[in-house]
Write a protein that binds this ligand. Structure first.
Ligand code: BG6
Length: 456
């Protein structure tokens, strides 16, 4: 449990992510005695009639059998301020409110601003917060306030550069925590531990031994009513540019000198900067049947399925093929990283495959060849499996619980730096621009519930 009081300011309190992910994670932290003893949540809403009661009715939908005492406890600590923050006066008045709250919470309060807002609203907010000194500690606070920011971090590298620059006018990089909740998933964190704590793999972790790295995030859910957001985003930005490229960096980066945040970020960045801009010729996009009706746009060319081939131009990885793939409304939810080793030259030898499974189960498995029992010498693939559920008693923490705890503790390891975001955009920019230029041409339509392989 963190001992310093917490003042959490939520921009976008009525939005999807606050209801679905952030508030339920705060509830679970209370359940597990993981929240600071003293805390206060201030939601900012532009809707004059959005109340704490309305918010908690929504949160309830995303909690499994919540304990009413703990839910009320969270509710009692939550206030909604109706302030659209359009003008300097609005920002000053909010600052006064926060200063009073922070003082009441006590000495050493950590102030965190959670921002789940459209990129277009971001520069103005940064400017207002900076102009009215939200970016520096109040008298009772020990540390500078922090920003906990949700994606999308721009629409391409140009817009992302502008957003990053606008944040830097008022906040330093060390105050900015850009959420990539995939990095906070237990198996994603285990990728580094697995690679660097088991000497078995490190010497063969290169293109002489690894033929292919494939990272997949298939979802069964469709866009679930997020028409506006999704029309402006699409699968390539929503999942590949962010989550999958970050996972790729964990799989392929060199060993950091130590497992600390700056050392890990240095090596991750080196790898991300070595990704060559993707060639649109090897990219595939699809859209599920019914999407255009769901977003009320018969001309929509937004992809709900995307596959991109990448190439890392480095001594270590030049000859390894890389494929990233994601899609919504597919037949099953499956998120995994698959590392395929080169098969031995012997006739009919099958490759060994190492899989990090993130969803629906969490675990790591290795496909090996074993001799079948009996007199013949035939071999067949078998799996060695490590499963979180079976190996550990402790339940795995939900990604957002980790995100909140790390932001409170000031640990930036599992967040994306501005430079990493830029490198990831540069990798996908050519495909994004190609798809924009080609409109609907080349989109493959698939049926809801189809298997990914049918989006050929
Ligand atoms: C979010 C995307 O970042 O990740 C959503 O915006 C997607 O579209 C979600 O559904 C998937 O997260 P998870 O943790 O369920 O795989």
């Amino acid at each position: 449990m963190s001992s310093n009081p917490l003042l959490l300011v939520i921009f976008g309190i009525s939005g999807d992510l606050a209801k679905r992910k952030l508030m339920p994670a705060l509830y679970r932290l209370i359940e597990q005695a993981g929240m600071p003893q003293e805390f206060k949540i201030i939601g900012i809403s532009r809707q004059a009639d959005y109340s704490v009661d309305t918010l908690f009715t929504h949160i309830n939908e995303f909690l499994k059998e919540p304990n009413s005492y703990q839910l009320d406890f969270l509710k009692d600590h939550t206030t909604i301020v109706h302030n659209g923050l359009q003008t300097t006066e609005d920002a000053e008045s909010l600052r006064n409110t926060l200063e009073q709250e922070s003082q009441q919470l006590g000495s050493g309060t950590q102030r965190i601003y959670y921002l789940s807002i459209p990129p277009a609203a971001f520069p103005q907010l940064m400017q207002l917060l900076g102009d009215t000194s939200h970016n520096t500690p109040f008298a009772n606070e020990f540390n500078a306030p922090r920003l906990l920011v949700e994606k999308p971090f721009g629409y391409d590298s140009e817009s992302a550069a502008a957003l990053i620059a606008s944040a830097h006018t008022s906040f330093s990089e060390s105050q900015i925590y850009r959420i990539d909740h995939y990095l906070a998933k237990e198996t994603a964190q285990n990728i580094l531990a697995f690679r660097f704590k088991n000497s078995l793999f490190e010497s063969i972790w290169n293109d002489r031994h690894i033929a292919d790295i494939t990272i997949v995030a298939h979802e069964q859910i469709d866009i679930e009513g997020r028409a506006n957001f999704y029309e402006q985003t699409g699968a390539l930005r929503d999942i590949i540019q962010s989550h999958l490229i970050q996972l790729l960096a964990l799989v392929m980066m060199e060993e950091p000198t130590e497992l600390t945040s700056p050392a890990i970020h240095n090596k991750k960045l080196e790898l991300l900067q070595a990704i060559a801009p993707a060639n649109p010729k090897y990219a595939v996009r699809g859209q599920y049947d019914g999407y255009r009706e769901a977003v009320s746009n018969p001309n929509s060319s937004t992809e709900t399925f995307a596959r991109v081939a990448l190439h890392v131009d480095s001594e270590q990885w030049r000859n390894t093929t890389i494929m990233l793939e994601t899609g919504k409304a597919l037949d099953q939810k499956a998120t995994f990283v698959q590392v395929t080793f080169r098969a031995h030259d012997a006739d009919g030898a099958k490759p060994n495959i190492l899989t990090f499974e993130l969803q629906p189960n969490e675990g790591i498995s290795l496909e090996l060849q074993a001799k079948q029992p009996g007199l013949a010498n035939d071999t067949q693939p078998v799996r060695m499996e490590f499963d979180y559920g079976r190996s550990f008693d402790t339940p795995t923490a939900e990604a957002y619980e980790r995100v909140i705890m790390d932001a409170i503790r000031g640990d930036q390891t599992l967040f994306a730096s501005g430079e990493e975001i830029m490198a990831a955009w540069r990798a996908v920019d050519p495909v994004l621009h190609d798809w924009i230029n080609n409109g609907q041409q080349g989109i493959r339509l698939y049926k809801k519930g189809d298997h990914a392989a049918s989006v050929q």
